[in-house]
Design a binder for this molecule. Structure first.
Ligand SMILES: [Zn+2]
Ligand SMILES: [Zn+2]
Ligand SMILES: [Zn+2]
Length: 296
């Protein structure tokens, strides 16, 4: 699968999810308007904003899919990483909201009024959300798309939030209303945890953190015939766009022709052994056996 195809697939998933989100939003807004339910309308506006977050994802993917040009010789893929950071920021807001609502419900316990019809609307939209979440996170993992994975986590957070009404009901029915705030805090913790996970990986990519363990690269490079030593091994980048550079020491009598071939062999071996490597730069040095080892 080439880059263009991958972005097309990610785009398609985002468009499906966008359509579903806005469909759900329309249903909730319309029904909330008909039955004059403020909470149903608020839920509808939330689904509408979920669609807006999908649009943001589409924008990020569109920029990230642009080919290499004069101003971006390394390509635009990191725009996807940047977008996933923004989406995880939105996830933190969702998390804070869950805590806020849990606290409010704890301080002012109210039995949510649930009619058969509103329960049906909630049930159907919840089922759609569960479907979206499973589909999106599967595609996200298969395509290695952090934007899709982040968005799926957001949908999962929304599912927990919508089903918290059910948790409240169960808590009251069982005679333990304390179950509700406890469940809410646990949910908030998991949402926050997921957001931190995205933030960690995305900031590793943007700050050029190590992408492949240096020892593993060294082992592979030293196994190639003609390589005497290697050092200054560096790796960085997105898991699907890893850049590696390293210094390699070779026989000082090796001619340029041979050295050039060797550098190709190193590049190919690294690309074959490590998934996601798109660029390898080899710096060749003569191994001076008898003189003081000067490392340049
Ligand atoms: Zn949401
Ligand atoms: Zn060359
Ligand atoms: Zn060196």
């Amino acid at each position: 699968m080439d880059t263009k195809e991958r972005f097309q697939k990610i785009r398609r998933v985002l468009i499906y999810v966008l359509i579903l989100n806005w469909g759900v939003a329309a249903a909730k807004l319309f029904y909330g308007w008909v039955i004059r339910s403020a909470s149903m309308k608020a839920d509808g506006f939330h689904s509408f904003s979920d669609g807006a977050s999908n649009l943001l994802g589409l924008l990020g993917i569109w920029i990230a899919s642009r080919p290499i040009d004069r101003s971006h010789p390394y390509g635009h893929k990191k725009f996807e990483t940047l977008t996933s950071i923004i989406i995880s920021g939105l996830l933190f807001i969702v998390c804070l909201n869950v805590v806020r609502e849990g606290v409010i419900r704890f301080l002012h316990p109210v039995v949510p009024a649930v009619s058969v019809k509103s329960f049906l609307v909630m049930g159907v939209t919840l089922a759609i959300n569960i479907g979206v979440m499973i589909y999106e996170s599967r595609r996200g993992k298969a395509l290695g798309s952090d934007v899709l994975v982040a968005d799926a986590l957001h949908t999962r957070a929304d599912i927990f939030t919508s089903s918290s009404v059910i948790i409240t009901l169960i808590g009251i029915k069982l005679g333990y209303p304390i179950l509700d705030p406890i469940a809410t805090l646990i949910i908030a913790f998991f949402i926050g945890h997921a957001a931190v996970g995205i933030l960690k990986e995305s900031s590793r990519v943007l700050s050029d953190g190590v992408a492949i363990r240096t020892e593993e690269i060294e082992k592979v490079v030293l196994s190639i015939r003609g390589v005497k030593e290697c050092h200054k091994v560096r790796s960085r980048g997105r898991p699907d766009d890893i850049h590696i550079d390293l210094h390699v020491l070779v026989d000082p009598d090796m001619d340029v022709h041979k050295a050039h071939h060797l550098s190709y062999a190193i590049e190919n071996k690294i690309r074959r052994d490590f998934q996601g490597v798109t660029d390898v730069v080899v710096h060749m040095e003569p191994l001076e056996e008898n003189k003081n080892k000067r490392r340049l």
